[in-house]
Design a protein around this ligand. Structure first.
Ligand SMILES: Cc1ncc(COP(=O)(O)O)c(C=O)c1O
Length: 270
């Protein structure tokens, strides 16, 4: 994972004499100015051993001396304990002040035996979680086993359904284009596939809504959402300002109701 992110992992060897656990001394020696994060797992895979409060306190002391180092705490096994406790000791139990640089990762795979459902989560400083969400939403998640079985069945047996879907979409497109043609400020590109309409709204920009000048498509879409409860995507999100993207993957009745609201909005522009 570290190499994929174009960085260099430093795997700290741990001895059997220490129960393969990382000592505070070894951690201290391994940290340099370039260290970005310390990846930590307790209880551990593969030993199943966890760190005591005393061991965690010593590790926390090292981390406090190196404020540039983030901690990625892999807590996936921490509810699976054999000593009667409900959770294994945790770095944040002994050093809650590290909270601003600890990112916890966990999931349903172990304690809930829900491995195939592919659900994990992360908890941490808002800024980091927001960046993770941006990255994740533009890369990929794993395919759940339930979804894979369903799709394996769907691919060979749904040809007629796809034809029917296309017929429905064609009808929706015709009705959606007709409804939008009643808003003269909009210029709509007729689509050849998918279920989107790309609408030029440049005639609406620079005009005023309740004393606010609509400067760009993002502002247009924000007002449409906040005041008229219609969700659209600003063109700038697709790389072109001055446009908006509509989806007609909804019933024609709903689409036409949304067009009526857009019409009211555009009519209110001065
Ligand atoms: C240390 C560790 N972290 C996290 C996971 C979580 O795996 P998953 O990808 O199923 O969420 C595993 C599973 O083997 C693991 O051993």
């Amino acid at each position: 994972m570290v190499e994929l992110a174009d960085d260099v992992p430093n795997i700290i060897a741990c001895d059997e004499s220490d129960n393969f656990k990382l000592s505070a001394e070894r951690l201290e020696k391994a940290i340099t100015k370039k260290t970005k994060a310390f990846l930590f797992c307790s209880p551990s895979n593969p030993t199943g051993l966890f760190y005591s409060k005393e061991e965690l306190t010593a590790i926390a002391a090292v981390l406090k001396r190196h404020p540039h180092v983030f901690v990625i705490s892999d807590d996936i096994y921490n509810r699976l304990t054999f000593d009667g406790s409900s959770v294994a000791p945790h770095l944040l139990h002994v050093a809650p002040e590290l909270k601003e640089r600890v990112i916890i990762v966990n999931g349903g795979s172990k304690a809930y035996s829900m491995t195939g459902w592919r659900i994990g989560w992360a908890v941490g400083p808002q800024k980091i979680i927001a960046s993770m969400a941006d990255y994740q939403s533009q890369t990929t998640g794993s395919a759940s086993s339930i979804a894979q079985h369903a799709l394996q069945k769907a691919i060979p047996s749904c040809e007629n359904d796809i034809k029917q879907v296309n017929q429905t979409l064609i009808q929706r497109k015709i009705k959606a284009m007709a409804a939008l043609s009643t808003i003269k400020e909009f210029k709509v590109t007729e689509p050849q596939g998918a279920f989107y309409l790309w609408v030029n709204i440049k005639q609406c920009l620079g005009r005023k809504f309740e004393s606010m000048t609509i400067e760009n498509d993002k502002m247009f879409c924000d007002i449409l959402l906040q005041k008229y409860f219609v969700a659209t995507v600003p063109g700038i999100e697709c790389g072109n300002s001055g446009y908006l993207r509509l989806s007609f993957a909804i019933s024609t009745d709903k689409f036409i109701a949304a067009v009526e609201r857009m019409k009211t909005f555009v009519a209110a522009l001065s």
